[in-house]
Structure formats: C-alpha cells, structure tokens
Design a protein around this ligand. Sequence first.
Ligand code: PMP
Length: 285
Amino acid sequence: RTVYINGDFVPESEAKISIFDRGFLFADAVYEVMAVLNGRLLENAGHIARLERSCRELKLRLPVTAAALEAIQNKLIAVNQLREGAIYLQLSRGSTGDREFDFPQAEVEPTLLLFTQARPVIDNVKARTGIRVVTVEDIRWHRRDIKTVGLLAPCLAKEYAHSQGADDAFLVEDGFITEGSSSNAWIVTEQGTLVTRQLSTDILHGITRRSLLALAARHGIPFEERPFSVEEVYRAGEAFISSATSFIWPVVEIDGKPIGGGKPGRVTLALRNIYVEMALAATGN
Ligand code: PMP
C-alpha cells in the first residue's frame, strides 16, 4: 500500500513519525473514516466538515484546504486502485521534541496521514445476517462529539463483546444507550418509528446518521431523536447500527435476547436499501 504522510506519498513501510508526536503520547489527534465505493468518495464533504469542527474544538491546525485534502484522498484511491473500502485520515498536533502537556507555543507542524483499506461495503455478510451486541457501561470522556483517536474505551468494549461471543457493544449511560462502540445506535419501535439519540456532546454526530434521517423524512418513515433505554431495546421491534463503512447493519440480538425474532427487521433492511441506492447513485453507479 501507498500511504500519505505530511505531503508525501510513500510505501507504508517508509512512513515514519516522531516518538514525541502528541498523537502518540497524548492521543492529541483527530481522525475521520470515509467510505469509498466504485473508487469514489462517499459523503466526503460531511466528513471534512466534521474534521474541521473537531479541529476547531481542539484548536488544531488543519494544514491543508478541504479541496487539497480531497485531491490527496483521490490520488491515494487511484495509486492503490481502491474500488471499495475506506480512507482513514488522522491529524495530530505533531511533535515538540519532548513530552510536555501544554500545547506547543511555537508553530509546530501537525502530522497528517492517510491510508486506504479495502473491504466489502455493499455486499457485506454482516449486512445480511445482522450482528449480536452486548450492553456495556459507557466509560468514555464527555466530548464524544469530537472525533479523537482516544479509543481505548471502545477497544475495551469490543474486546468484552467478543469475550461474550457477541460482535459488538451498545454503550450505556444512566440506563440509556448512547451509541455503538464505533457506530450510532438505532431502534425501530413496534409501531415502526425509528429512534436514535439526539445530538449532544454525548455522542458522535454521525454523517451516516444525518443522511439516514434525511432519507427517512423523504420516504415518509417516522423518526424520533431521543434517548432510549436498554429495556426499550429489549422490547424493540428492530434495531440497527449506522456508520460510514457499514452503512446499516441490523442488530438481531442484545444481551443474549433476540430482537424481532432474531432476524434483520423489515424497516431496517428497507432503510439500508434506500441508503445503498443513494450511495450507488452518488458514486456513479
Ligand atoms: N459513533 C461512533 C462512536 C463512531 O466511532 C462512529 C464511526 N465513525 C459513528 C458513531 C458513526 O459515524 P459516521 O456515520 O460518521 O461514520
């Protein structure tokens, strides 16, 4: 694979950063993951806008314009001949040549790196079979709206889920689901209403979440943005997660209890199809 680092396109084995990089020492870095379909970026403007917001919140300098960034992304897709998968982008505050908590006073070059990942997005087995989740306490910090690389809590949550024979975790705070460990969480009530938590600093403002709400509105699918409890998921007709690279994956079991008879739900699959159609149309198919 060819990767991008600070202005250069190099083989991945040649990409190097300082041991003093603040991304490495303090998780002082933000990131984005964009889906690639048919060799084209999906929802890229939304992801870049969120990146710019994360940077603003952390007083991090984005060293390139949005247009330059997109050119870098497209070059990386081309050189790696990526048809379907993702682009990972990370921006850290760079290296001060020592370990100091304070933000550097002098102008320090941030570290910008991007790489590609090939993986099935449209024809993914999880999209067909659905996933099983377990609930786990949400122990993350209180600014989940900022997409930082401090991801130890979701790593622990996924590790725990796998130890329980499940695929992923739903994170719980005060009895209510915040989100999935790397996705937004949704249920469909018995009446067929979509429910997902409202935007706040408690969750990441998912780009896929926002598009799904817009598509639901256009297709007359009722939705509510509000917190929902673990008990409500147990009683839900359907459940699913959303993210850039999964689109929608049905959730067919939670804490060992089947949801909707343990099969992907009707509304869930309909909404996934609507999103897939939009995605294919947007990427030229
Ligand atoms: N919440 C969390 C915690 C995530 O890591 C992700 C994946 N980036 C999402 C939600 C979904 O966001 P998006 O649809 O923008 O990928």
